[in-house]
Design a protein around this ligand. Structure first.
Ligand SMILES: *Cc1c(COP(=O)(O)O)cnc(C)c1O
Ligand SMILES: [Zn+2]
Length: 412
């Protein structure tokens, strides 16, 4: 297969760079982004070609930044898009969909998408050790995908992550280092380590490639809607990268003629205990005011100083979308609502996204008559702690029919 990656390009000054493990512009310190030859890509990436390929994210490989075939995460992607009929009815909506990356292979979050690109790219660069700074899901995805590919993995996390996210990393044999500090402290340390050790840090020196993997979430969504764009997408935000890449993916599909170009409003969701992007959007500010001490049960979104915050603000505003920050109680209520209407157990980040959608509906910023997609990006089994104190425990009886009859007669 030929590659349609032209190189890297600075988002601010447009200076071009070769395909290398670089992420900041030497001249203006702007972030680098992957640039493609769209004319070339459009020659082989057609609706027909896509539908004949295996159902993984790689069916859109012309718009993913590898030079050769993927060698890590070949099976990642192809998650369900579910029409949420029961939730539609309850909320009086015309058309509601859930894109469900809670069942992403292999580690149950959309981070498998970004990691399969980053690790395949690390291999192309000849790197044998990969690493990341993570709020949890990225740690799981790097550790699992590195294990399957025979790469060494170093994972750096804040010390207070959910137990299941820690176990779901160490089990794969990754070297896990807990840092006494916030995610932002972890990230700062990782920038220093990346410079010194020359490892492939998926969200530092491989970040331009890594971030492109998020586009596959939106490519799949459009294909699953019958090559049509939705009118609204509600997206959880940590660094803000996923939201900006969903916007980029829709523009690329339009430019290649795979869908009719149409405006899609991008709506951003964060937890109130760490909502720097939402606050900037709602204040009309251009710059992020970092949150020093994030405090929320949605730990996977708890980035106080989001790397792509500035671009996420712009993407939301330019699309005509909105943003909402929701409380921990609203997050748990939304997790339960999604589980009890659609049978989908999303992690706290999914609760954030649905709760934000509910808020935007209430504020009439999301019209009930238009098509809406809610992005579920991670699995509830990884974040059970906040539920334990809020759900009723099972009713306990002895193994006797009499005791059950007594119980049943009370329920009737
Ligand atoms: C990382 C993550 C996000 C958001 O990622 P960004 O691209 O950094 O905004 C959303 N949901 C879950 C579950 C995540 O783990
Ligand atoms: Zn620049």
């Amino acid at each position: 297969m030929s590659s349609y990656v032209r190189g890297l390009k600075c988002r601010e000054c447009s200076r071009e760079y070769p395909k290398a493990p670089l992420h900041v512009c030497e001249f203006c310190f702007g972030p680098l982004e992957v640039a493609y030859d769209y004319e070339g890509a459009g020659r082989t990436l057609t609706r027909d070609a896509v539908s004949r390929r295996p159902p993984s994210m790689w069916r859109f490989r012309e718009l993913l930044p590898l030079d050769g075939e993927p060698t890590v995460g070949e099976r990642v992607g192809g998650t369900p898009l579910v029409r949420a009929h029961r939730l539609e009815k309850q909320l009086h909506l015309r058309e509601l969909w859930i894109k469900n990356d809670a069942v992403s292979f292999p580690t149950l979050s959309f981070k498998d998408r970004v990691v399969s690109v980053a690790l395949s790219k690390a291999r192309e660069f000849g790197m044998s050790t990969v690493a990341c700074a993570s709020t949890g899901n990225l740690a799981n995805a790097v550790a699992a995908n590195a294990a399957a590919a025979g790469l060494h993995a170093f994972v750096f996390i804040p010390h207070d992550l959910e137990q299941s996210k820690v176990l779901g990393t160490t089990v794969f044999g990754a070297r896990v280092v807990g840092i006494r500090g916030t995610y932002d402290d972890v990230n700062r340390l990782c920038s220093e380590i990346a410079g010194k050790y020359g490892w492939g840090f998926v969200n530092v020196n491989l970040r331009p490639y890594y971030a492109e993997g998020s586009k596959s979430f939106a490519f799949e969504l459009a294909e699953q809607l019958g090559w049509r764009l939705p009118q609204h997408v509600v997206v959880p935000m940590a660094s803000g990268s996923l939201l900006t890449k969903i916007g980029k993916a829709f523009r690329e599909l339009g430019a290649l003629g795979l869908v009719d170009p149409a405006p899609v409003k991008l709506h951003g969701a964060q937890a109130a205990g760490c909502a720097p992007i939402v606050e900037a959007v709602n204040k009309g500010a251009d710059l992020i005011k970092p949150v020093r001490r994030p405090e929320t049960i949605a730990k996977s979104l708890a980035i106080g100083n989001p790397a792509d915050g500035y671009y996420a603000i712009r993407a939301i505003r330019e699309s005509g979308g909105h943003a909402a920050a929701v409380s921990d109680d609203e997050i748990v209520a939304a997790m339960r609502l999604l589980a009890q209407t659609e049978g989908i157990f999303a992690e706290t980040a999914g609760g954030v996204t649905l709760a934000a959608a509910l808020r935007l509906l209430e504020e009439e910023k999301l019209p009930r008559t238009e098509s809406i997609v809610v992005s579920v990006t991670g699995n509830g089994l990884k974040t059970t702690d906040p539920l334990a104190s809020r759900l009723d425990p099972p009713t306990l009886i002895g193994p006797s029919l009499k005791e059950f009859d007594a119980l049943a007669s009370k329920e009737a």
